[in-house]
Structures are given as C-alpha cells and as structure tokens.
Design a binder for this molecule. Structure first.
Ligand code: NAD
Length: 457
C-alpha cells in the first residue's frame, strides 16, 4: 500500500531516500530548514551531485509524487511515517552530535495529529532510538500513537541512487510488530532482502559495518607501508588475498586513507561508545590511528624527497574524498593542501566537480605562504609543474596517459595516493613515481630541484 511519507533532511541520505520512496509509488514530502535548497529542489535541480538523482527528481516532481518544503508542521501533521535523515556530525570529543535529531523529534511531537511511525535513518549511537521515542512522548501535543524504528542507511556516495534501489539488505530495528509491519510495508515495493532485529541491534549493525570497512582499509594501508619496506607490491598482495572468499575481493585497495562523511566520524563515535561503557575497542582505535598517519603519507614522502616545496608549481589532481561526489567532508586533500600551502607551494588544483566547494575553504589566490589556482583541465595543472599529487581517482584523472606527465611537467615527479598507474608504465614513460605500498620509480636527473631552478621558476 502506498503511504504518505515525510523525510526530515534532504542531504545525501534524506533526499535519495525520499526520491526513491516516490519512485516506488509512495507520496513523499521532503523537509529541510534550508530555504534555498528547497527552492532549488522544487525546480527539479539536485543540490548534491549524485549519479541519476536529478533525473529521478524531475520525473517524480512532474508526476506529483514528491514535493519539498520548509514547513515541517504541514509535512509531519498527517504522515504515516516520518524518516529522519539529518546529520549526526562529530563532536570535538569524538561523540555523535544529536542536536539535529532532537530538534526534528520535538518538531514531530508538536506536529502529528494521527498515529505515526518515526524512522531514524541517520547513524546514531546505540540507544538513541529509545531516547528519541521518549523525547517525542515527553513533548507530544496530541493523543496519538508514535513509535520509533531504526532503519540505518548503507548507501555509498557516488552510487547512492543505485545503492538504494538495489540495496543488499534493508535493516529494520523495531520494538513492536506494528512498527515492524509498517516499515516492511513501506519497503515491500523495493523487493529487497530485509533483516528485522531489535532497535539496538539495528543501530549497532550500522556502526559495526562501517567500522569493519574502515578497519579493512586501514589494515591494507598498514600492510602497504610494510610492503614498501620489504620490497613487496601491495596490489599483487591484494590480488593474491582476494581469491579467499573469507577475505573477499572488495576494499583491498591501499591508498591515502579513508575519508568522507561516515567512516571517520563513525569509527570515532563507536570508540567513544565503547569508552563510555568501560570497554577499549582496540581494533577500531587501530583503524583510526593508522588512518591519521596514512592521510599525510604522500606529503611526508614528498617532504623527504624535496629540499622545499616553496615556489614550486604543484599540480593537485582530485579534491573530493572519492570520485562520483562533490562532497569534501574529511577528504584527504583537506589535510594535504594546507601543508603544501604552509610550505609556500603554488598549487594548481583540478577536480571535475569539487573545485567550487573547495574554493569556499581555500579561495583562489594567495593562501598563507602559498597560492592556489583552480583549473578546468588536468593538463593546465600539469603544464610546467614541478610536482603532482593525485588525491582522487576520478575517471578523468585515470584517463591521463603516463606519457602526458613526462610531456607536460617541468619535472615529472608524481605522488599518487590512489595507485592509479602501473609502476612499469610510469617507469617506461620516464616519470618519477611514488605510490602507496609499491616500489618507487626514481629518476636521478630530477633527484633534487636546484636552487637555480627555484629562482628561475
Ligand atoms: P547532510 O549533512 O548531507 O544532510 C543533512 C540535511 O539535514 C541538511 O540538508 C540540513 O539542512 C538538514 N536539516 C538539519 N536540521 C533539519 C531539521 N530540523 N529539519 C529538516 N532538515 C534539517 O547529511 P547526510 O550525509 O545525508 O547524512 C545524514 C545522516 O545519515 C548522518 O547521520 C550520516 O552519518 C548518515 N549516513 C550518511 C551516509 C552518506 O553517505 N552521506 C551514508 C549512510 C548514513
């Protein structure tokens, strides 16, 4: 049966969920506090970059199954279900900030006039759903039934729409058959596997899954660093490991560490929950520690290799935390660019979609000791550059031929944080190539950039 669904928060999770609910036939009202965003969405424009999202928005906007508003009372009043997809950012102590969740819970309590299921999609610490339910009861204005269920989200940015429509599983965490049945009914048209558990287990499934993936990445990065020291190649090692089904072939890529809006905060939040409960979650702590070092691994390597970065033209290829998204949250570029600027680098940055967001943090022109210029083509960044850092494996960046670095750069010295190229291909092209977990290709003639060259640059 089609239901009246309200979605609180139109970020990566809320908007994609709302649009996909509309796509399978539900009547959806998306709520956000950001007026500008609401106007943009009403016009059929997606405020975020996600493959296929805008097309689905336009289709469902036109067919009248979805609308957008800042008027939460109107949206929540008669909803059969209200999904909460607002942010739960990291606090300075590592714990999750639940302020936005609490605001929505209170707004719901003051608005609903009929029985309603509230579904928490945001990633929240174990026990939060209990508190949200209590909070709503405390502030409830009308005599109606409101229950809370957990439905954590597993989409990955860049493939969010596909991941929602083809999710590997839907997790339902509920404390009554009424809540369970209503949520099952909402998801019935998706025809996806459903795992139904209690609320606390559902909340834990989300953290346990994300932190396991973060741990897998940090483990491979740790092994990669050892590979460099002992003469092994992490990509060969990963391939050899991948045939073991107990290990699996995914998430074995070494690189400059995990970023994005989830892994960094969710590892810290679970570590915090463990500490609060008097338990030391050593595995997750190790993932966090390895990642911290890994994110500046390339800069550390370059600092050892070069006398200085002061006055050098530095090409930065890729700014977003991964390809397919304009999201910069916890992107490794945000750790490295300030270090490069502090050293006085003259940065030319290229990213197919993330440059304008990055420019909000580091405006074009002089920045501290250095400068930053945003360019529309990777070739412009590489032209006459002394050093190149690759932070994101966008298709446009992977398509650059090894020879291009040699041809365009003043000194083809490359630090690749995503292991895009085969070491042999870079060697053949005559570039000096440093990557993660593999042996570096050195070029004697560019070993040191002379003072003379620095002055004439
Ligand atoms: P986001 O920051 O992109 O979006 C949050 C939205 O909520 C913003 O548009 C904001 O304006 C809006 N908002 C804030 N207060 C509001 C209120 N009172 N009423 C209505 N709207 C309000 O967040 P996100 O990346 O979509 O993440 C949301 C949650 O989902 C987080 O808990 C996150 O950990 C989790 N999650 C995110 C992803 C991901 O890939 N981004 C994946 C799985 C889970």
């Amino acid at each position: 049966m089609n239901m009246n669904i309200a979605v609180a928060g139109t970020g990566y999770v809320g908007l994609v969920a709302g649009v996909c609910f509309a796509e399978v036939g539900h009547q959806v009202m998306c709520v956000d506090i950001d007026k500008e965003k609401v106007e943009v969405m009403k016009a059929g424009i997606s405020p975020i970059y996600e493959d296929g999202l805008e097309e689905l928005m336009q289709k469902n906007n036109a067919e009248g199954r979805i609308d957008y508003t800042t008027d939460y009372q109107k949206a929540y009043r008669e909803a059969d279900a209200i999904f909460i997809g607002v942010g739960t950012p990291e606090r300075s102590d590592g714990s999750a900030d639940l302020t936005y969740i609490a605001t929505v819970a209170r707004q719901i309590a003051e608005s609903v006039v009929k029985d309603c299921l509230v579904v928490v999609k945001s990633t929240v610490p174990v026990g939060t759903n209990d508190k949200v339910e209590q909070f709503i009861q405390d502030f409830l204005v009308n005599d109606v039934k409101v229950e809370v269920a957990s439905n954590p989200e597993f989409l990955a940015q860049g493939t969010a729409v596909y991941d929602t429509l083809h999710a590997k599983r839907i997790i339902i965490g509920s404390e009554s058959t009424w809540a369970e049945d209503r949520l099952m009914e909402i998801y019935q048209p998706f025809h996806l596997p459903i795992v139904s558990v209690n609320r606390r287990s559902a909340e834990m499934i989300k953290y346990a899954s994300n932190d396991f993936l973060a741990l897998k990445i940090s483990y491979m990065n740790d092994i990669a660093n050892l590979c460099e020291l002992v003469g092994a190649d992490i990509q060969d090692v990963a391939e050899g490991m991948s045939y073991d089904e107990r290990i699996g072939a995914k998430f074995l890529n070494a690189g400059i560490g995990y970023g994005g809006s989830c892994f960094p905060k969710d590892t810290k939040a679970l570590d915090y929950i463990a500490k609060q409960n008097g338990y030391a979650l050593d595995t997750v702590k190790a993932a966090i520690d390895v990642n911290k070092k890994q994110r500046i691994m390339l800069f550390t390597k370059a600092s050892k290799r070069l006398i200085t970065l002061n006055g050098l033209k530095v090409a930065v290829l890729g700014l977003t935390f991964k390809p397919g998204t304009d999201d910069l949250r916890e992107a490794p570029s945000l750790d490295n660019v300030p270090l490069l600027l502090e050293q006085g680098a003259d940065i030319y940055a290229y990213d197919p979609v993330g440059a304008s967001n990055f420019a909000k943090v580091y405006p074009e022109g002089k920045n501290g000791n250095g400068r930053i210029t945003y360019v529309d083509q990777a070739a412009e960044a590489l032209e006459d550059a002394n050093v190149c850092f690759i932070f994101t494996e966008w298709g446009e960046i992977k398509a650059i031929e090894p020879d291009t670095y040699k041809r365009l750069m003043r000194t083809p010295l490359i630090y690749d944080g995503r292991n895009i190229y085969k070491v042999q291909d870079m060697e053949r092209a005559g570039a000096e190539y440093h990557s993660i977990g593999r042996q570096a290709v050195m070029r004697k003639e560019v070993k040191e950039i002379s003072e003379h060259e620095l002055q004439t640059h």
